[in-house]
Ligand binder design. Structure first.
Ligand SMILES: Cc1cc2nc3c(=O)[nH]c(=O)nc-3n(C[C@H](O)[C@H](O)[C@H](O)COP(=O)(O)OP(=O)(O)OC[C@H]3O[C@@H](n4cnc5c(N)ncnc54)[C@H](O)[C@@H]3O)c2cc1C
Length: 585
């Protein structure tokens, strides 16, 4: 078998992966760069981002404010050196994207337009209508095509990292078009595989977001960090989980319960308040409060019987009618289309039914500020990585910018590593190919005798996750979830793969993805059960307060043959000592 070798191999063709590829191609045209993607790159989840990307550009804003919002929004779990670096680089990256052709919306005077976004106390979210991710990914994709050294392995599914001599030296993939296994050698590998929201039943995440990169790193001995922090977005469509972007609230949309009350005025810290008591501060930021708080408010409204309950499940109303048709068509046209197509509601005339849905994973592959993991030669960037700038709760619109800032950084660091470590153990990698081929063959053939079907097992996993690690958590429920995961982990080894065809065998890929999902779920559940406090997106009914004395620390999950080993790592605090997280008091 001939084995191609690249200087840097990037797994993932979304925003982070393509930004990394461009950075290397520009800085080191002599190096060979490759991008492996399980879907055609333009179908990566980045394409579906709507609202925008944050970066300081206006005179009423400052980098200090952006750092403040990000660190406070993350409930002081973000590493502050990484946040400062991110905030510093953010506008440079967004301007760079403009130069590559990204059509940012403009103010009438021609300057870049920014919109408000939840948890950002000053307007700083750049946007391209409500199709920001689409335009950003197009821009990156077309730019990446200008460079000769970028080789693409489209529709190749990466199923193992090739580690030899304590260093990552390549990836084992399946070429889904031919069904052939393809081993690709590399002097450095960057994981840019996105998140894993699909381990929950209601999610805005595309079906391809199954936590693959997290599981690949975890299996190779790299820790997963802060996995218990899962962001619910307060406005997904009931049933499908399809996102109604935060831009709808940024532009002035309001949330109403079934009594037509703008219920956020009754909540603070997600707990119902006695509003007749004047001592209670109101959540003045209301619909522009952070996502975790808004999702928690929904939970309490549901407990109080204030939400709609019918065949669509539980939901409240998002009302944008007062914006008027003209503004809706200009600023949030995609919201109007989405609501029409998926729930039959024309939002210019009727409120949209919405509910909290899983949207983003703050946790991921543990990296340092340079995107390096603990495994030499392995880097990670984008949603699959945890640097961490998002702490316990990401602020909307920081993620798209994070892809650019850390995608570029990962690219440059991996390129440097490849240059300094040119030797590669090609024979050892080739030998591994035989093991990998045998593993795949056994899934293909012996898989037929397996007793577990993929879809029911996946449903069991996702509903267990919602039950045990939803918006509010308790020890008993998380312990039950951990027990459930032990069982599912054993059962997933006995999956039945009846499709033996070679071309686009989606059943085989689904089986491999489910196996990855269970690994990501395992790290998440055990990290959650161990954190006995409430912080950001990790809210416990049995430990209501944040506990900085014991838990101002990143949780670190290492895979073992049994349960994962959970330990803690210090948070980097530079200039922002922890304080109470308040909005609008
Ligand atoms: C509906 C929606 C709207 C959003 N809106 C916003 C917003 O307005 N602003 C904001 O800041 N953030 C937003 N986010 C979050 C943000 O879009 C994502 O965090 C970000 O796009 C992730 O980019 P990525 O490059 O890390 O991964 P992705 O874009 O998800 O790309 C992952 C890549 O990895 C590849 N891959 C994965 N597994 C494998 C494998 N096993 N083998 C080979 N290839 C693999 C895929 O093919 C894909 O190319 C939104 C998210 C969603 C779901």
């Amino acid at each position: 078998m001939s084995i191609p070798v690249h200087d840097v191999l990037i797994v993932g063709g979304g925003g982070a992966g393509l930004r990394a590829a461009i950075a290397i191609a520009q800085a080191s045209p002599d190096q060979s760069v490759a991008v492996v993607s399980k879907v055609y790159p333009m179908r990566s989840h980045t394409v579906s981002a709507e609202g925008g990307a944050a970066g300081v550009i206006k005179s009423d804003d400052s980098k200090e404010h952006h750092c403040n919002d990000t660190i406070g929004g993350g409930d002081w779990l973000a590493d502050q050196d990484a946040v400062e670096m991110f905030v510093e680089e953010a506008p440079k990256e967004l301007i760079q994207l403009e130069h590559w052709g990204c059509p940012w919306n403009r103010e009438p005077d021609g300057s870049v337009a920014v919109r408000p976004f939840g948890g950002m106390k000053i307007k700083r979210t750049w946007f391209a209508s409500d199709k920001t991710g689409f335009h950003m990914l197009h821009t990156l994709f077309q730019t990446s095509q200008q460079f000769d050294p970028v080789t693409r392995y489209d529709e190749h599914f990466a199923f193992d990292l090739l580690v030899h001599d304590g260093r990552c030296q390549g990836v084992a993939t399946i070429d889904q078009r031919s069904g052939e296994m393809r081993i690709i050698g590399a002097r450095a590998v960057i994981l840019c595989t996105g998140g894993g929201g699909r381990i929950f039943p209601f999610t805005t995440n595309a079906a391809i977001k199954s936590g693959d990169g997290m599981a690949l790193a975890y299996r190779a001995g790299v820790a997963l960090k802060d996995m218990e922090f899962v962001q619910y977005h307060p406005t997904g469509l009931p049933g499908t989980g399809i996102l109604i972007t935060e831009a709808a609230r940024g532009e002035g949309g309001i949330l109403l319960n079934r009594h037509g009350r703008r219920y956020l005025q009754d909540h603070d810290l997600g707990t119902p308040l006695d509003v007749s008591d004047p001592r209670h501060p109101q959540l003045k930021s209301m619909e522009l409060g952070p996502r975790d708080r808004l999702s928690q408010a929904f939970y309490w409204e549901r407990e109080a019987g204030n939400v709609f309950e019918d065949e669509m499940g539980s939901y409240v109303h998002l009302d944008v009618r007062h914006l008027g048709e003209e503004k809706i068509n200009k600023r949030i046209p995609f919201v109007r289309d989405t609501a029409k197509n998926y729930v039959g509601v024309d939002c210019a005339f009727e409120p949209i039914p919405v509910r909290p849905v899983v949207h983003y994973m703050m946790g991921g592959v543990d990296t340092d500020i340079n995107a390096a993991t603990s495994l030499p030669g392995l880097y990670a960037a984008g949603e699959c990585a945890c640097v961490s700038i998002n702490g316990a709760n990401r602020l909307g619109s920081n993620s798209l910018t994070e892809l650019l800032v850390f995608g570029k950084r990962a690219g440059l660091e991996a390129s440097r590593f490849a240059r300094e470590n040119p030797q590669i153990a090609i024979e050892a990698i080739a030998a591994r190919a035989n093991d990998e081929a045998a593993r795949l063959k056994s899934l293909h053939t012996q898989g037929k005798a397996g007793e577990e079907s993929i879809a029911p097992l996946r449903r069991e996993l996702t509903s267990a996750m919602e039950e045990g690690a939803g918006i509010y958590r308790t020890q008993a429920k998380m312990d039950a979830l951990c027990e459930r995961i032990r069982e599912l982990k054993a059962r997933v080894k006995n999956l039945r793969v009846t499709d033996t065809s070679r071309t686009f065998n989606t059943q085989l890929v689904n089986a491999l993805e489910l196996d990855f999902m269970i690994d990501a779920a395992e790290a998440l559940a055990f990290s959650a059960a161990a954190r006995k406090e409430s912080r950001g997106a990790h809210q416990r009914l049995d430990f209501r307060a944040r506990d900085d004395d014991n838990y101002l620390a990143h949780s670190i999950a290492h895979r073992t043959d049994g349960d994962p080993k959970i330990s803690y790592k210090d948070v980097t605090i530079t200039r922002w000592p922890p304080k109470e997280r308040v909005y609008g008091k």
